[in-house]
Structures are given as C-alpha cells and as structure tokens.
Design a protein. Structure first.
Length: 214
C-alpha cells in the first residue's frame, strides 16, 4: 500500500495526527506493535507511558572473605591491599573459566552474575578452594532470580537474597537457594540439606542447601 494513502487520510480527518513509523509492513498487529501503541496512547491520553525497568533472569554469586577486618588489623593496610589484589586476580580467573561476570566489589567481597546456575556453583567452590592458597577463607552464596538491570548494575530482591544466603555460609562453604538446587538437577552436583532459614529483610523462610560436591 502506498504511503500517500495514509497521508491523504490524515489530511482529510479533522483532528488527526500523522506519524510515520519504521518498519516493512502497515498491519498494526504484525511486527513490533509497541511503538504504534505508544503513539495511540499519547494521542488519546496526552501522555506517553515511561518504559518499565529491564528485568532479566540471572544467577547471582556473592563471595565474602572471612574475618577480613581481623586480617587487615594483623597485616596492615599495605600488606592487606596486596592480598586483595591477589584475591581479585584469582576471582577474575575463576569467573573467566566459568563464564561469570564481575558486577561489583565491596572492599573484601565479590558480586558476580552467571547465565547458568551450575557454573555459578562450581565457580563458588573453586573460589572457596583457591583462596586457601592466599591464606584466606571465603563464604559463598548463590541464588537465581529476576533482577533489575541498571546499566551494568543489578538490583532487586534476588540480589539481596544472594547476599543474605552468603552471610549464612561457614568458612569454605557454598550455600545455594532451593531455586538453584532445583535448576541444576542432572548436573552431578550434590547438596546437603540445611533446612529452612529466615533471611534478614526477606518476608518468608527459604530452603537452603550446601554444595557438597562441585
């Protein structure tokens, strides 16, 4: 259909507003209907709806150095800085191996994302073993859920759950949520049942598991 037909209609309908949208078809129910609906909504209401947050399903890993404040006091600022440099180099190596992405650091911890929960659990176990060579111990928590993507940052309840789960881990332990445990069925990873736990700031108890072999 020639575009001139649509222009003619707009010129001959009182109060009409003519808008051309990119695309290869003119059927409103085909292709990307979003831009068309945005224009209709703005024409009828005078307002354009703001886009919602970008939510993605991802696996979150938190790794925290055990008793870091005590170690800092023992070693001093400069020596502790060198330990942290070695820790983050080790972490980046493990993240690369297991296809994870470092999202943030919190002085003595690590926050990373993975597109697969089994890789996240195995990465957490490798981190917990690897830091022993640096004279450190680490606790790890892993959870899978929807996060809000804010540029390169992730936020939302799933992130808080991952942090709370990590805080319950013993030195050298990798704890996961029931969501992760259910998703990695068939991966060969074995778990120890830790029962239900109340997590600070989370409205319901969560069933947690410790990775016994990863």
């Amino acid at each position: 259909m020639r575009v001139g037909h649509a222009r003619y209609l707009a010129e001959h309908i009182p109060g009409a507003r003519y808008v051309e949208l990119a695309g290869e078809d003119h059927l409103p129910w085909c292709g990307d209907a979003g831009p068309l609906l945005d224009e209709v909504r703005e024409f009828l209401t005078g307002e354009r709806e703001e886009p919602g947050p970008d939510r993605i399903l991802t696996t979150i890993l938190f790794c925290d150095i055990v008793e870091s404040t005590r170690r800092l006091g023992e070693l001093g600022d400069n020596a502790w800085k060198q330990v942290l440099v070695a820790f983050y180099a080790l972490a980046d190596d493990k993240l690369h191996r297991f296809r994870g992405r470092r999202l943030d650091t919190a002085g003595d911890g690590l926050f990373a994302a993975f597109d697969g929960p089994a890789r996240a659990v195995r990465c957490g176990a490798a981190l917990a073993r690897g830091v022993l060579a640096l004279g450190l111990e680490a606790r790890v928590g892993v959870h899978t859920g929807e996060c809000e993507a804010l540029g390169e940052k992730y936020s939302g309840m799933a992130v808080h759950l991952g942090a709370r789960i990590a805080s319950l881990a013993r030195p050298g332990q990798v704890i996961v949520s029931s969501t992760v445990k259910n998703l990695v069925v068939g991966s060969g990873i074995e778990f120890e049942d830790l029962g239900h736990h109340a997590l600070k700031g989370v409205p319901q108890e969560w069933h947690l598991y410790a990775a016994a072999s990863a």
